[in-house]
Design a protein around this ligand. Structure first.
Ligand code: TTP
Ligand code: MG
Length: 399
């Protein structure tokens, strides 16, 4: 039987802000605004008592909780904390599948010989997060992903919840079908009209009938409700690519503006590659035009990299060959694929590469990542990004 942990941080963005500013401790803190254009990203548990929830308009949150403390999100800071959490998970196994910044599945089946039972590992992870990062996480432990995810939510915040095959019926079957992964409002409404409100009611329903009504998804839901889920934890080792894209509010038809956006996207992608200790060989750009037609163009490099400079140079090259000046663009993106873990890459003995220069770039990238992780994203940026803030774009600095 497999042992899978699902770990989800409690009120993630809000808890980080409370940790970093003691005045916010115990108070209703609402993170949202600017970046998300007027919706709540998350709220501290104190604010949730007033009914404030993620994705709610800020105006509604203010109405419910006028004395709340409203803070705009600082995403680079949360990304840095996320990397620290993922590092803690990786102490026990490489089988970590990050679902979002604050959430991951960890397959600890094979780690038990070395580190103790799955429960002990789960508790040790919680403790490390608390001691090293002064944050709380909720942990679910079960024999598959579906149940582990449900479990982590059942004892929040600061929770630890175990589901074994023997207590599936007692613990999971009374829950609403709305808590099931992949059951949207429409499906839930439909099922409730048929008087199927709990996971248990779904589990004992005739599978053929469910399949008839909801198709293949119905059959899958029936399996999940019966505690059957064979999906593997897919670690970054199996990740195919890292990409970032941006959709513009208004189409952009200026090459320099587009390249400036690509500059930031490439920087983010490289940062992710390094955080996950992988390198890639294929760099691609995606351009979507106002009529929603998209093109993707790629170049495969000689060597694996996670450094900004070769990735961005390739992006620029792709733009030169595939973008006609003045053409309006609706969306633009950068992806690095063809990945390999850093540890598996044997440095090629190439007499023609300048090893010292390469080392310098790698060292610089590491220093930038460390500083940004430590002081939160905006500390050090290359010249082009700094000037982007003031609205004037300058040439990028040489590395
Ligand atoms: P969640 O794990 O869904 O929420 P949470 O960690 O704030 O609270 P809890 O898990 O204790 O219920 O999401 C993690 C972070 O993702 C959250 O802190 C903010 C961000 N987020 C948004 O920006 N918008 C959203 O709609 C949601 C749900 C989350
Ligand atoms: Mg969370």
């Amino acid at each position: 039987m497999r042992a899978i942990l699902h770990i989800d941080m409690d009120a993630f963005y809000a808890s980080i802000e409370q940790r970093d500013n003691p005045e916010l401790k115990g108070k209703p803190v609402i993170i949202g605004g600017k970046v998300e254009r007027g919706v709540v990203s998350t709220a501290s548990y104190e604010a949730r008592k007033y009914g404030v929830r993620s994705a709610m308009p800020i105006s509604e949150a203010v109405r419910l909780c006028p004395d709340g403390i409203y803070i705009p999100p600082n995403i680079p800071k949360y990304q840095a904390v996320s990397a620290q959490i993922m590092d803690i998970f990786h102490r026990y196994t490489p089988d970590v599948e990050a679902i979002s910044l604050d959430e991951a599945f960890i397959d600890v089946t094979g780690s038990q010989k070395l580190f103790g039972s799955a429960e002990q590992i789960g508790r040790a992870i919680k403790q490390s997060i608390y001691e090293e990062l002064q944050l709380t996480a909720s942990v679910g432990l079960a024999y598959n992903k579906f149940l582990a995810k449900l479990a982590s939510d059942l004892d929040k915040p600061d929770g630890f919840y175990i589901v074994t095959p023997d207590d599936l019926q007692e613990k999971i079957w009374p829950l609403s079908i709305r808590r099931m992964m992949g059951v949207g409002h429409k499906t839930a409404d439909l099922l409730e009209r048929m008087n199927i409100k709990t996971i248990g009611q779904l589990a004992v329903m005739d599978r053929g009938l469910l399949e008839h009504i909801l198709g293949k998804a119905g059959a899958q839901m029936h399996e999940l409700a019966n505690g059957i889920d064979h999906r593997a934890v897919e670690s970054v080792r199996e990740a195919k690519s890292f990409g970032r894209e941006t959709t513009f509010h208004e189409d952009i038809s200026d090459r320099y503006m587009l390249e400036t956006v690509l500059f930031t996207l490439a920087d983010d992608v490289c940062h992710s590659l390094r955080t996950h200790h992988v390198k890639g060989r294929t760099v691609s750009i995606k351009i979507r035009y106002p009529d929603f037609k998209s093109i993707t163009r790629a170049i495969t490099l000689e060597q694996y990299t996670s450094s900004f400079e070769p990735v961005y140079n390739t992006v620029k090259q792709l733009m030169e060959h595939n973008y006609k000046d003045g053409t309006p663009v609706r969306l633009i993106g950068v992806t690095v694929s063809n990945l390999k873990p850093e540890a598996d890459i044997i440095e090629q003995q190439d007499l023609f590469t300048d090893k010292t220069a390469k080392k310098k770039v790698e060292t610089l990238n590491k220093v930038l990542d460390n500083l940004n992780d430590k002081y939160g994203g905006n500390t050090v940026h290359r010249a082009r990004k700094i000037n982007q803030k003031t609205g004037t774009f300058s040439e990028e600095s040489r590395l």
